[in-house]
Design a protein around this ligand. Structure first.
Ligand SMILES: Cc1ncc(COP(=O)(O)O)c(C=O)c1O
Length: 391
């Protein structure tokens, strides 16, 4: 008997997940004895703040946290998220109906598609963008339609360029500012225009707010939900991963429109069994802390950003210092593509960077470099790239 291929057809729709590919390349090079510096993944290199770790230690020792959590989340967690949104963004949330825990933003973004999209529906996705905005819709038989983000428009989508037929079928729109991978921030009326468009065409806006706290040069990022009318048409996904160096803890929250949250909750009661109560308690400590750790991290990333931007400019690369998030988005040198430059930097400098094309077609011609490596290693990476490009 010949065995059928293992793996559902829907998996065939997905390209290899970028970061899984990167991990494989790094492992292969290291096995060859190459000293690799990875500016590939945005994973904070400094520890989770002590106040959070200590609360976790206490919480994990409490048998009250050892049983199945509720998918709705603990009252303390929901109150802490609502309190944070009020203090930080002047956004009022009802902790009972407008806040729900997520096992990291990635889980929420992926599952929102399953909760909201029927096959054939359109999800408008930033291009370049976090890969889950396109993989999530594909996995549920929906159609991700890219919205190009280009430098001349400040990396904001051109809503007027979206065909009417596409808008008619749109059920979701993904936005993300401060933006991964471009580092762009919202300074105009983009959110107001998104609310108006969503109202007109009856779709849900999902604002991915993974980087609101990581900003520079005095810029303070708004919440999408602070936009008048936003709560009627949208939700925001907040993440503790980058905010508090908690990528491994899997903690985030979905906030906003109660009907959308109710659909997401209904789905999740069938998929997972909630966020470990001890992690919820540790998240409360993070959200209610004095935020000194966040300010410290922003200072560290700003210093690294300046080192890297200066080094790249010195070798003639076109790069704008980002005002938010933890990446530098640079144009590749004349005559290179995203893929060829990424390959050359890996082979010639032992530095892992990611090709802009991996984040969508409009990312072609750019590369992304993450600021989440210690200063000395980042400087070394910058020197190696400089030497390579000059040679
Ligand atoms: C824009 C964006 N959204 C979501 C995530 C995932 O965050 P989390 O760790 O909360 O799943 C990332 C991680 O890099 C990201 O860059």
């Amino acid at each position: 008997m010949t065995r059928r291929a293992v793996g559902a057809a829907r998996l065939g729709l997905l390209p290899p997940y970028l970061f899984a590919e990167i991990e494989r390349k790094i492992a292969a090079k290291r096995a060859e004895g190459v000293d690799i510096i990875s500016l590939g993944i945005g994973d904070p290199d400094t520890p989770t703040p002590g106040v959070v770790v200590r609360r976790m230690q206490d919480a994990v020792a409490d048998p009250g946290t050892h049983q199945y959590p509720s998918n709705r989340g603990r009252a303390s967690f929901r109150d802490a998220v609502a309190g944070f949104y009020e203090r930080r963004f002047a956004v009022s949330l009802d902790p009972d109906t407008e806040v729900i825990p997520a096992l990291g933003a990635k889980e929420a973004i992926a599952n929102i598609n399953l909760a909201l999209l029927d096959p054939g529906a359109v999800a408008l996705a930033s291009d370049p963008g976090y890969p889950v905005y396109t993989m999530g819709p594909l996995l549920v038989g929906a159609e991700p339609v890219p919205m190009p983000l280009i430098p001349s428009r400040g990396f904001e989508p051109d809503f007027d360029a979206i065909p009417a037929e596409v808008l008619d079928r749109a059920r979701l729109m993904y936005l993300n500012y401060p933006n991964n991978p471009t580092g762009a921030v919202v300074e105009g009326d983009l959110f107001e225009r998104a609310v108006a468009l969503a109202r007109r065409h009856d779709f849900i806006v999902v604002h991915d707010n993974a980087y609101s706290e990581i900003t520079y040069d005095g810029y303070v990022a708004p919440s999408f939900l602070a936009t008048p009318g936003a709560k009627e048409v949208g939700i925001e996904v907040f993440s503790l991963s980058k905010t508090y160096n908690m990528t491994g803890w899997r903690s985030g929250a979905v906030v906003g429109n109660p009907d959308v949250l109710s659909a997401y909750w209904q789905l999740k009661t069938n998929l997972d069994s909630g966020m470990f109560d001890a992690v919820q308690e540790a998240s409360v400590a993070a959200l209610e802390s004095d935020q000194a750790s966040v300010r410290e991290m922003c200072g560290i990333y700003r210093r690294r950003r300046d080192v890297l931007v200066d080094a790249l400019r010195a070798i003639g690369l076109d790069v704008t210092p980002p005002k938010g998030a933890i990446y530098v988005w640079a144009r590749v040198p004349e005559g290179e593509t995203s893929a060829s430059f990424t390959e050359r930097v890996l082979e010639g400098a032992g530095v892992v960077i990611t090709p802009g094309s991996a984040y969508g077609r409009s990312g072609e011609g750019f590369v992304r470099m993450s600021l989440t490596v210690p200063d000395a290693r980042l400087m070394e990476a910058a020197e190696r790239i400089s030497r390579l490009v000059r040679s």
